[in-house]
Design a protein around this ligand. Structure first.
Ligand code: F6R
Length: 592
């Protein structure tokens, strides 16, 4: 969480470049933001100029700041200290000549702060980060600047990434352990950011900094070093395949709407990657036990994946939530395989069990969207989701992309790749129909009816159970309406007590062997006065609202989920909220 961006080059609009970079990274945290620049006419004795503000970048401007060729910036998701201007990054040392931004948690900051206070340092924020910049200041009294940053970084316990500069050295010193940092190479200018997508407007040639690596970034050189001993490392340059258009909103008002609409094409693209699924299906067959694992929406996809494998491939696969995987983890051996699902590839609750599973000897398949991410690099085998950059905090296209890959894998596993491909094509078509204007009009109408509701219940059986969980997640996180997804069979075991006259109840009723059972659950809710919203291939008398979804057998889960996404999106817009940046959240959850 938190977005960081740095520029070292010859252009005097360094700050503008950083500011635009921060806007691209804002989905990583938007409690506050800040930038720092070394003014161009500093004549070797100036101070760093900083601007920080609480809240989102929104329409803020940096026109009041001087030009300069070295700059850095930060968008914050608060951990230590409230979301105030003084706690916003960058933080400065006592002399105002060293600036630092930080992503992560500096776990042992309190003891170091005590020592620095004794030495006379003064602090102006409540953050752990400010301690790091004063420690750099202290070390730099007796050693070179990079050495001071290196020592500081090695003193920091926890998972951290930092960028630091000093007023008279035209360089950024950066270091990473746990939190991502990507270096972008260009002619006479170099960049660093916490996400590759933010570098795409400037360069596609990148080095993904590994844990324990640091770098000294100047306008014409980048030196990469081991943070532990300062020894040099050769960069490993990768070429990013994302385009600038993919990183922009284009004709859409919000990224979420753009990303929802991209899904039919992504599903079609995945349907054309049969050989990849066939190769991985052979790998899966070699193992004794297979586990699907992810967090949040990715955990619901994991659950759906275990249903898909049992239904299509007739093969049992376990599933787990990343932060709850520990109790299965301890039994893993070299005969076991973990399939980890993640959009960002940086989710701490997914990465930690993966690292542990590897220690136990298990092998890892990553189904991940971000090339070069930590999960991508940790995995023995990888499938890139191919959804393109996902910028809305609420995951949409990465969720359905993961599902499409799991459908392709289940069919490949049972030797029926072509059938899987045909089904995904049907799902893409059905998804397109969900997004047609006459359907969206129905969804908007329903959103109007639900605008002021306080609770929504969503149920389904089989694959419609993870679809219900995912729809509830989307509704909760962006519209802030309490929504509960559950297995329809569970209703009568307790939650039915909450259904009363007018309670909105969404029921997924696809054309599968559970049709009658799903319908029976809808009737149970109707009998208690529930307002029934049927998501189905055909209408029924008991529905108060009907949202049609053309059937695509097991792959119907994809258009069903898209229906839920669209409903959540339009409800959010009607409630006057920002669907891309929901309160209290951030994309890429790199803390525990
Ligand atoms: C929900 C959402 C989150 C993520 C979860 C895992 O809309 O976006 O629940 O799915 O934080 O993130 P990744 O897939 O990046 O590991």
């Amino acid at each position: 969480m938190c977005g960081i961006f740095g520029y070292a080059g010859k252009r005097s609009d360094a700050l503008e470049i950083v500011f635009e970079g921060l806007k691209d990274l804002e989905y990583r945290g938007y409690d506050s933001w800040g930038v720092a620049v070394v003014p161009e006419n500093n004549n070797g004795n100036g101070r760093i100029v900083v601007k920080k503000k609480a809240g989102k970048i929104g329409r803020s401007s940096i026109d009041d700041l001087p030009q300069g060729t070295l700059a850095l910036g930060h968008t914050r998701w608060a951990t230590h200290g409230g979301a105030t201007e003084s706690n916003a990054h960058p933080h400065l040392d006592c002399t105002g000549t060293i600036a630092l931004v930080h992503n992560g948690i500096f776990e042992n900051y309190e003891s170091i702060k005590k020592e620095l206070l004794k030495k006379g340092h003064t602090f102006t924020s409540e953050t752990d980060t400010e301690v790091a910049v004063h420690l750099v200041e202290e070390y730099a009294k007796t050693m070179t600047f990079h050495e001071a940053v290196r020592r500081t970084f090695n003193k920091m316990d926890g998972l951290n990434a930092i960028i630091v500069f000093r007023v008279n050295d035209h360089e950024l010193v950066v270091a990473r352990n746990g939190s991502p940092l990507i270096i972008g190479f260009s002619k006479k200018e170099n960049f660093v950011a916490s996400d590759a997508a933010a570098l795409v407007p400037h360069t596609k040639i990148v080095h993904f900094l590994e844990d324990g690596q640091m770098a000294i970034i100047r306008d014409n050189t980048v030196s990469i070093l081991h943070a532990k001993n300062g020894k040099p490392i050769q960069p490993i340059k990768h070429k990013l395949s994302w385009s600038i258009a993919q990183t922009e909103k284009g004709k859409y008002r919000y990224f979420m709407l753009k990303e929802i609409n991209e899904q039919p094409k992504i599903v079609r693209d995945i349907a054309s990657t049969l050989s990849q699924a066939e190769k991985l299906a052979k790998v899966i067959k070699k193992f004794r036990n297979v586990y699907l694992m992810g967090c949040g929406s990715a955990s619901y996809v994991s659950l759906a994946g275990s249903y898909l494998f049992s239904q299509i491939a007739k093969y049992p696969i376990n599933w787990a939530i990343g932060s709850e995987f520990w109790h299965q983890l301890k039994f893993l051996t070299k005969n076991d395989l973990v399939i980890a699902l993640s959009q960002s590839g940086e989710t701490m609750d997914t990465l930690e069990p993966i690292k542990e599973a590897k220690i136990q000897g298990a092998k890892i398949i990553a189904i991940v969207n971000v090339l070069g991410s930590t999960l991508y690099r940790e995995a023995d085998y990888k499938i890139l989701i191919g959804a393109g950059p996902e910028k809305s905090v609420a995951s949409t296209k990465a969720v359905t992309g993961k599902l499409a890959h799991l459908i392709a894998l289940s069919y490949a596993f049972s030797g029926k790749s072509k059938e899987g491909k045909a089904l995904l094509m049907e799902a893409a078509k059905s998804s397109e129909m969900v997004l047609e204007s006459k359907n969206i009009t129905r969804i908007k109408l329903l959103a109007k009816r639900l605008k002021n509701t306080r609770h929504i219940y969503i149920v389904g059986r089989g694959l419609s159970y993870p679809a219900s969980l995912e729809t509830a997640m989307k509704l909760k996180e962006i519209s802030y309406i309490h929504a509960e997804g559950m297995a329809a069979g569970e209703l009568k075991h307790g939650p039915l007590a909450l259904v009363e006259k007018g309670t909105p109840c969404i029921v997924f009723i696809p054309n599968d062997e559970l049709y009658s059972a799903n319908l029976a659950s809808a009737m149970e809710m109707k009998a208690r006065g529930g307002m029934i919203i049927g998501v189905s291939y055909k209408n029924h008398d008991i529905f108060d609202y009907y949202l049609p979804v053309v059937d695509a057998r097991e792959a119907t889960i994809i258009p069903n989920i898209i229906t839920g996404q669209a409903l959540a999106y339009y409800l959010t817009i009607l409630r006057g909220l920002d669907p891309d940046k929901p309160r209290n959240l951030a994309k890429s959850v790199t803390v525990k």
